[in-house]
Design a binder for this molecule. Structure first.
Ligand SMILES: [Zn+2]
Length: 390
């Protein structure tokens, strides 16, 4: 028999299942959850909770699904404090700053890269993130990309090969040769360690034709596509994401009406990363426009040392509500169920029976406080796969 635990006296429970409670978030007041092993076995009012082996009193706190952070870059070394400081002192962000991190990452030992990764994963977990994706992209040689993915794979199932982050400085004079490497020898070495393939489709990185070649080569090796699209300028990335049935087009800051329509009529999630606009003092993505058109929106941190050095999903929720036109309910959904859709996962991002028992307790009566009380560490307890993890 698998042990069962009831979590009782939940002030407001967000299940993300409209069949279980009120509204699109399936909210239940005075709620309880039953966990059996690593799964949710039951969700409903505390007054109706079935008998269990153990009970855990939430004491009126809100409980939400653990955040699904579907976009981060955590295999890196070094620091870009000076670049941030300069940018906040008036300089503009360009894609080339990535080269600083590439040099530091290549010089780091495997142990140093892994220690850095686990440091930021623990930081994210304490803030309620129970599922995270992370990428390579700061090695840009076959050996350095392969080791980044090998290190990441020991800590998450959601690993993305991003050899096409920028053209390697070693091939600055011959981008076509670098695309050949990324789609050839490097792909062969990296594909066994990754689930996803990604490309930074942007002026100064890879154009639409290069991005199509890279993602198509990855698909042929069994990798699933996702794209850094339309971050710094209008471009072909979003349309390419839809054409290739990418799980997600990430950033989506500069969209034409045709881009919005394409997303709304596809299974490609628009993943918005407001930490990047915050940290580069850039124009916000328009979440309201995407939602009103019927697109599926996810929120994620883009945690990386250059353009968005935050691991805090609650911070991103607060920005999305304050500056991107999302309601608190929409932002919470986007950071949980939306993230799960952006990773094509059905076992996380919700708390219906059968889901993985990944949840965060908030020192607040409801999830609305994540935006209402920005910057306050409201996550007081985190469970992952049925076990208290933070
Ligand atoms: Zn990114």
């Amino acid at each position: 028999m698998t042990a069962t635990t009831a979590i009782t006296n939940i002030g407001t429970l967000v299940t993300n299942n409209p069949d279980l409670g009120d509204g699109p978030l399936g909210q239940i007041k005075d709620a309880a959850l039953v966990i059996e092993g690593d799964r949710i076995a039951w969700a409903g009012p505390t007054a109706k909770v079935p008998a269990t082996d153990d009970t855990h009193d939430a004491q009126g706190r809100a409980v939400i699904p653990g955040f699904v952070d579907s976009h981060s870059h955590l295999i890196f070394a070094g620091d870009r404090t000076e670049e941030f400081n300069a940018r906040m002192s008036g300089q503009s962000y360009k894609a080339g700053g990535i080269r600083t991190t590439v040099a530091a990452t290549r010089a780091a030992t495997d142990a140093a890269l892994e220690a850095n990764l686990t440091h930021y994963l623990a930081e994210a977990l304490r803030q309620g993130t129970t599922t995270f994706e992370t990428k390579s992209g700061y090695g840009l040689t076959t050996a350095d990309e392969e080791r980044a993915l090998r290190i990441a794979k020991a800590h998450t199932d959601e690993v993305t090969y991003l050899g096409a982050h920028i053209v390697s400085p070693d091939h600055a004079d011959d981008p076509a040769a670098y695309v050949a490497l990324v789609t050839g020898e490097m792909l062969d070495a990296c594909a066994p360690h990754a689930r996803w393939i990604d490309v930074f489709c942007e002026k100064g990185a890879f154009d639409g034709d290069q991005a199509r070649a890279i993602l198509t080569a990855g698909k042929a090796k069994g990798l699933l596509p996702r794209i850094h699209a339309n971050q710094l300028s209008y471009g072909p990335g979003v349309q390419l994401a839809v054409e290739l049935d990418a799980a997600s087009a990430d950033h989506c800051t500069h969209l034409t009406d045709a881009d919005v329509d394409a997303l709304a009529n596809s299974d490609t999630v628009a993943t918005l990363l407001p930490g990047a606009e915050f940290s580069t003092r850039a124009e916000w993505p328009d979440a309201r426009r995407l939602l009103d058109a019927g697109a599926t929106v996810a929120l994620s941190t883009d945690c990386n040392p250059g353009s968005s050095f935050t691991s805090s999903v609650p911070f991103c929720i607060a920005l999305a509500v304050r500056d991107m036109g999302m309601t608190p309910d929409e932002a919470l959904w986007a950071a949980t169920a939306g993230g799960a859709k952006a990773l094509r996962r059905t076992d996380v991002g919700h708390l219906a029976p059968g889901a993985r028992a990944d949840l965060a307790f908030l020192d607040a009566p409801s999830h609305v406080h994540l935006a209402y009380r920005p910057g306050v560490p409201l996550v007081s307890e985190v469970w992952r796969a049925g076990v208290r993890a933070a």
